[in-house]
Design a protein around this ligand. Structure first.
Ligand SMILES: [Zn+2]
Length: 346
């Protein structure tokens, strides 16, 4: 695969020691093969070949580099490499017990080595990989259900159990009133009035519309009275720009980290809203069914009404089953305009 080779070449250029044991690179002009982190001078790209391991490189006629000694990769790294290969190629979910049996190391040791090398437990690693697949599918325009099944989730609720962190919604780190948080904010003009955008160092924590700068700022300060608040238009640009682009209709998805306080239920609802494609709407009961709580229609409606981050969680895409727009936290007129604009642009 082309991209795989490009990655490997980048890793060789970066002398990335984490790749040691995952592959070796060989140089045609010298007949020598090295581990990715070898300190020697980098050859030209077109004289390099990649091999999965020293054995295949030697079979192709290459000799091991005396400097980086690619055959002496610590046994520990080899266990981790083997485990990653197994997980990457596994059909379904592999338990730690199954994995450790295949690798030939006790579950305890494997877990520890794996975590040290990758920063994740084998279970987290698998779930991260599957989330990656879901995101890729969705970006390609696939529908949620297909993406889920192709990534090996047995049901949508399994996705929600996994998605808390990986869809970018971290549980709000701050307590009520914003105690313990440092929050930057900015207020900008938009076609829908003024928009206040605020973020902690972990992610977007508020995006809301209002008619006046003073009113927006006063309400915001009252709500986050215990936080260390400061206005910083420059720093907030990385949050403001994607939201404005989305409003203009040329940012189709908003991929911002969120730092919002939420109950488990609210989180489920908000993440489900993030899957509604631009230009479409869902009814409250459809969302309730989607999250596996078909009877919780009213709770879904109130979770929509309590959304702290306009646009990033597109609660404006939920309407009544009869097509009535129902309410919007920032005024039903704004909801109407948003939906008209999204329909026109998609
Ligand atoms: Zn070398």
């Amino acid at each position: 695969m082309q991209t795989e080779l490009q990655n490997q070449w980048q890793q060789v250029l970066a002398r990335d020691a984490r790749q040691d044991g995952r592959f070796v690179f060989a140089v045609r002009t010298t007949g020598i093969y090295c581990r990715p982190s070898c300190p020697s001078r980098r050859p030209r790209r077109d004289s390099v070949e990649f091999f999965a391991d020293p054995r295949t490189a030697e079979r192709a006629g290459y000799r091991a580099c005396l400097r980086c000694k690619p055959t002496e990769i610590p046994a520990q790294a080899q266990y981790v490499t083997r485990a990653r290969q197994l997980l990457d190629n596994a059909e379904g979910v592999m338990t730690l017990a199954q994995l450790s049996k295949r690798v030939g190391l006790s579950p305890f040791h494997l877990q520890r080595l794996f975590k040290r090398a990758t920063g994740l437990s084998p279970r987290e690693y698998q779930s991260a990989r599957r989330m990656q697949q879901v995101k890729t599918e969705l970006r390609k325009g696939g529908d949620v259900t297909t993406a889920l099944y192709e990534a090996g989730f047995s049901s949508p609720s399994r996705l929600y159990e996994n998605s808390t962190q990986q869809l970018g919604m971290t549980p709000g780190a701050y307590r009520r009133g914003g105690a313990g948080a440092t929050i930057a904010f900015s207020i900008v003009p938009t076609p829908l009035g003024r928009m206040l955008v605020a973020a902690t160092e972990r992610g977007l924590c508020a995006a809301r519309f209002g008619d006046s700068v003073t009113g927006l700022e006063r309400d915001f300060r009252a709500e986050f009275h215990a936080a260390n608040l400061y206005r910083d238009d420059a720093a907030m640009r990385r949050y403001v720009e994607p939201l404005l682009a989305n409003l203009r209709g040329d940012g189709t998805t908003i991929d911002l980290p969120l730092d919002v306080r939420a109950t488990a239920f609210q989180k489920k609802v908000w993440e489900s809203l993030q899957q509604i494609p631009r230009g479409e709407t869902r009814s409250y009961s459809e969302v309730a069914r989607e999250i596996g709580e078909p009877d919780a229609v009213r709770a879904v409606a109130s979770a929509c009404a309590s959304n702290p981050v306009a646009l990033a969680v597109p609660c404006h895409r939920v309407v009544r089953s009869d097509g009535d727009l129902a309410g919007y936290r920032w005024g039903v007129e704004r909801k109407k305009k948003l939906l008209q604009q999204e329909r026109a642009n998609s």
